[in-house]
Design a protein around this ligand. Sequence first.
Ligand code: ATR
Length: 272
Amino acid sequence: MQPDGATKIYGIMGKPVSHSLSPVIHNAAFRAQGLNKVYVAFEVTDVVRALDGFRALGVGGVSVTIPHKQAVIAHLDAIDPVAQKIGAVNTLLIEDMHIHGHNTDWIGANQALEMIVDLPAATVLVLGAGGAARAIAFGLQEKGATVILANRTLAKGQALARDLNCECRPLADLKNLKADALVNATSVGMAPNVDATPVPKTVLKNVPAVMDIVYAPSETRLLREARQVGCKTIDGAYMLLYQAVAQFELWTGRKAPVDVMKEALFSRLNSE
Ligand code: ATR
């Protein structure tokens, strides 16, 4: 559908943002459902003015990415309680000049992980203590899972573990730890550092399911070694997919065309 006088605008705000895969995913979904909506990238430096611009122009919804996920919070009209707890917003829903902040990263992570593990009953070892680890760990607790955190810098891990009220281990000492799943929420293994992995292969023998948030390469060294020792694995593209699915559903109130969104994302990733 060509944009016309009634086209509703959606987008992603971040900096940099030109390499984002979100326009590909969301425009495919809008097209598949015949919605008169378009999704574009906004490279934003001034968060306050950008939010006012969205209000003034009647933008319908915006994805928020690095470095603005925390900075937007002070300028919202309302915030979802889980996003508040996480302290990061990756989705704006804008209605009648009113901006409501949400976080769908944790929903995407849970949905992806549920492909390989039964979550409410699970103990999940989360590697990392940055923004991604924080969203994933709070999200897992929201779902009823037990979280154990492990981080290279123990003090930073302990600070997040206090917020979560969970156990924390140094990343270098996970030898005898048993868990139902392991999630890499660090950037270790991301291209171009494809030979790096956050934990030795021996640790993977004690966990039956492994998810990586890294999606380039699609099979990181961590996932390759996990597969070799017999773990179920899921790559980071699924978290990306399902956080977008949750955004689409928030913005449209409709069930998302998941297969179309998956095909759009995976064909773009495979062509890169
Ligand atoms: P994000 O917001 O994307 O999660 P971040 O806040 O910079 O990014 O956090 C990065 C995480 O990856 C941290 O947990 C970091 O560990 P430290 O707290 O010890 O810095 C982890 N990380 C990054 N590079 C790492 C490496 N080479 N080995 C182990 N952990 C690493």
